[in-house]
Write a protein that binds this ligand. Structure first.
Ligand SMILES: Cc1ncc(COP(=O)(O)O)c(C=O)c1O
Length: 391
């Protein structure tokens, strides 16, 4: 099918929820994609932090297709190997105790919200159910996760939202602690606010809130949907903050390109859910979990050290480029602020020149595949440099 027909079909038959760039992607290998006209692009997006090992990674494709030829789906009424292996690896690598598999980040967040409320209900009764999240956060687009999202712009049209969420200002310890009234059962935060503009939290702030929560049996929930799975140079970003959360949500990079979400339960919460409390038809799907097993097995300490190095290199190179005001983030999750230019004005130009990037608020956001090669990095950086030169 030619590119024009694809675009026409999209316009006619797909709900208009996305603003797309005028490119029809056809195939990819690691961090290089080709469109339907044969033009190539360097990928600094990994499908918004999903393709941890890039496109069409040989080992990942083999793991997924082998499973596809055996059992594509079974329902959760039976045991299957891939989801137990993925859960075992997640627990062994994080020290968390149990896993519930869902299909997306928003769904994983629905799971942590339900688990936190049940934990508190059983122990303290139904009045202790408020969850504090942070202003400028993003937790997803389902009703619960949207209600947890601390950005006014998302709180439109779809009333009524799920009640009993409160929003505290990020990095403001006094106000955050003041929000912990008797009705609060949990606090939930991203270590780096991704959609909020790649805004890392302060270490001292996170640790102080965490310590307070520990003392008061307020569950500490970390949303690692964007920051997790090696993205910031450690398996989970919270490891770099010296904390051990009670509940963690992850998704995106976990499946390496297949839809998955996961709730990780710590010591306090591992027994919260009993049969009937929560479920998902597709959660723990064997094909998707075979992809996750591949990803988890290959996120070794050495590999993540390379992610940290590549991230530091990107930061250093980009900081010196024309019009760049600042580069913030950790590992390969970076936000670039330009002097005098909004990111949106630049991403189209970069794409025309063969580089795919993202935006987050007013910043250019980079989430390259963790497996990007030095050569691909250099190509991408030189396109970025040249494009910024000509602004
Ligand atoms: C921190 C965070 N939480 C949750 C979500 C929602 O994930 P999904 O789009 O898979 O539902 C996102 C998506 O960008 C995210 O960045």
């Amino acid at each position: 099918m030619d590119a024009q027909t694809v675009k026409q079909n999209d316009a006619q038959y797909i709900a208009h929820t996305y603003g797309r760039f005028p490119v029809v992607l056809e195939k990819g290998k690691n961090a290089t994609a080709w469109d339907s006209e044969g033009k190539s692009y360097i990928d600094f997006t990994s499908g918004i932090g999903v393709n941890a090992f890039g496109w069409a990674n040989d080992g990942w494709v083999e793991a997924v297709t082998q499973q596809l030829g055996k059992l594509q789906h079974t329902s959760n009424l039976y045991f299957t190997e891939p989801c137990t292996l993925a859960a075992k690896l997640l627990c062994e690598k994080t020290g968390m105790k149990k896993v519930f598999f869902a299909n997306s980040g928003a769904e994983a967040n629905e799971g942590v919200i339900k688990a936190a409320r049940k934990y508190s209900f059983v122990k303290y009764g139904k009045e202790r159910r408020t969850i504090v999240t942070l202003k400028n956060s993003f937790h997803g687009r389902t009703m619960g996760s949207l209600s947890a999202t601390g950005q006014e712009v998302y709180h439109n049209f779809f009333f009524p939202f799920v009640g009993d969420f409160k929003f505290a200002p990020a990095n403001d310890l006094e106000s955050t602690l003041a929000s912990f009234t008797d009705d609060v059962c949990a606090v939930m935060m991203e270590m780096i606010q991704g959609e909020g503009g790649v805004m890392p939290l302060d270490q001292e702030y996170v640790k102080a809130v965490y310590d307070y929560c520990k003392q008061h049996d307020i569950l500490f929930i970390v949303d690692e949907v964007q920051t997790g799975m090696g993205r910031t140079g450690s398996l989970m970003c919270y490891e770099q903050f010296g904390i051990k959360p009670d509940l963690v949500s992850c998704a995106k990079g976990l499946g390496g390109g297949l839809p998955i979400g996961a709730v990780l339960f710590g010591e306090k919460t591992e027994e919260v859910f009993v049969p009937g409390d929560h479920g998902s038809t597709f959660g723990g799907n064997p094909v998707v979990c075979a992809g996750a097993v591949y990803v988890l097995e290959h996120l070794t300490d050495d590999f993540m050290a390379e992610v940290a190095q590549k991230g530091a290199y990107l930061k250093e190179r980009i900081s010196k480029m024309k019009h760049v005001k600042s580069v913030v983030g950790m590992g390969m999750m970076l936000g670039i602020e330009l002097e005098g230019y909004e990111a949106k004005a630049v991403v189209g130009k970069l794409l025309e020149s063969g580089l795919m990037v993202l935006t987050a608020k007013y910043k250019i956001r980079l989430l390259p595949p963790l497996s990007i090669t030095k050569e691909e990095l250099e190509k991408g950086l030189s396109i970025l440099e040249q494009t910024l030169e000509t602004l």
